[in-house]
Ligand binder design. Structure first.
Ligand SMILES: NC(=O)c1ccc[n+]([C@@H]2O[C@H](COP(=O)([O-])OP(=O)(O)OC[C@H]3O[C@@H](n4cnc5c(N)ncnc54)[C@H](O)[C@@H]3O)[C@@H](O)[C@H]2O)c1
Length: 293
């Protein structure tokens, strides 16, 4: 099978380097027209220039592909809107959005300022929602849309020193869980990607021999599947170094302690209440079901 994105228009945010660049190049190689967005700032979110996005556009053009650069910030509403406007103006519409832009302000919760928290939330979750919101009606109207949110193992499972980042990354899952339901009847599918790859974001974190086994291109293989016509809906894909798998929410069977349950009853039954040996997967959309569906 050779998957083609011929005739598709994609926006990839934060595509001036790292994973986003890899996603944009492969989409372009496979025929998509691309809006290459990147603010071009430093890893902590300061500064900015459209040089990074322009360089990727040149690479795509050298491959015979079509792309335009956008230097807006996802966290700025006007910037987010400009990406969608550029897609419509230059290529007629948008079919695919890969929300990839990101920054880090790693510090323990004690040392993290509320500004460190806010800027990370602004870029990751607010930025992703901003661009998705401006794409949404277009995708619904054309009965086709694929949105990929970039989450992280840090959000799904936690990582010391990343409270701000973990919070933002888990919010991607919350957004997906509901929007995938609302998009279903319009053929707008939303998924999450939890990647691990050697990029400027991880070059000081990953030991050498592991880092070499984690090229961004091996994450891109999974990322691109999640925006194909056959993509699933509401799935978290984990991808790193050629290994792929999914992550999901689990719950156990609740124990009914009756209508007079007290804190003492909960304490007395804690071993049963917290026993996950009978756990089952909760699918997005099961949100209001009280117990096992
Ligand atoms: N590399 C990993 O192992 C890893 C693991 C988990 C999650 N992620 C996530 O993958 C995504 C890509 O990260 P990466 O590793 O390629 O890092 P990266 O730093 O190479 O890429 C992030 C890009 O986003 C751009 N950007 C930052 N703020 C922006 C804004 N406001 N508007 C537009 N662009 C902006 C940056 O300029 C940069 O080019 C991020 O969301 C990151 O959190 C990466």
């Amino acid at each position: 099978m050779s998957i083609s994105f011929e005739g598709k228009v994609a926006i990839v945010t934060g595509a001036g380097g790292g994973l986003g660049k890899s996603h944009a190049l492969e989409l372009a190689r496979r025929g998509a027209k691309i809006v290459v967005n990147d603010l071009g700032g430093s890893m902590d979110g300061s500064g900015g220039s459209s040089d990074a996005a322009l360089a990727v556009v040149e690479e795509i053009k050298a491959l015979g592909g079509e792309a335009i650069a956008n230097g807006g910030s996802v966290s700025d509403r006007a910037g987010a809107k400009s990406m969608v406007d550029d897609a419509v103006k230059h290529f007629g519409t948008v079919h695919i959005l890969i929300n990839n832009a990101g920054i880090l302000r790693d510090k323990s919760f004690s040392k993290m300022t509320l500004d460190d928290y806010k800027i990370v939330m602004d870029v990751h979750i607010d930025g992703s929602v901003n661009v998705a919101k401006y794409c949404w009606e277009i995708m619904k109207k054309q009965n086709y849309g694929r949105i990929l949110m970039t989450t992280s193992g840090s959000g799904l499972f936690g990582n010391f020193g990343q409270t701000n980042y973990s919070t933002a990354k888990m919010a991607m899952v919350g957004f997906m869980n509901t929007v995938q339901l609302e998009g279903k009847k319009y053929n707008v599918r939303t998924n999450c990607l939890a990647p691990a790859a050697l990029t400027r974001m991880t070059e000081n974190l990953l030991p050498g021999e592991i880092a070499e086994s984690l090229p961004p291109e091996l994450v891109t293989a999974g990322a691109l599947y999640m925006v194909t016509e056959d993509a699933p809906n509401g799935v978290i894909l984990q991808a790193q170094g050629g290994s792929f798998g999914v992550a999901a929410m689990m719950q156990n069977e609740k124990i009914n302690l009756g209508d007079k349950a007290t804190v003492d009853d909960v304490a007395d039954h804690w071993a049963e209440i917290s026993d996950m040996s009978n756990a089952f997967q909760r699918k997005p959309g099961d949100g209001l079901v009280l117990n096992k569906p």
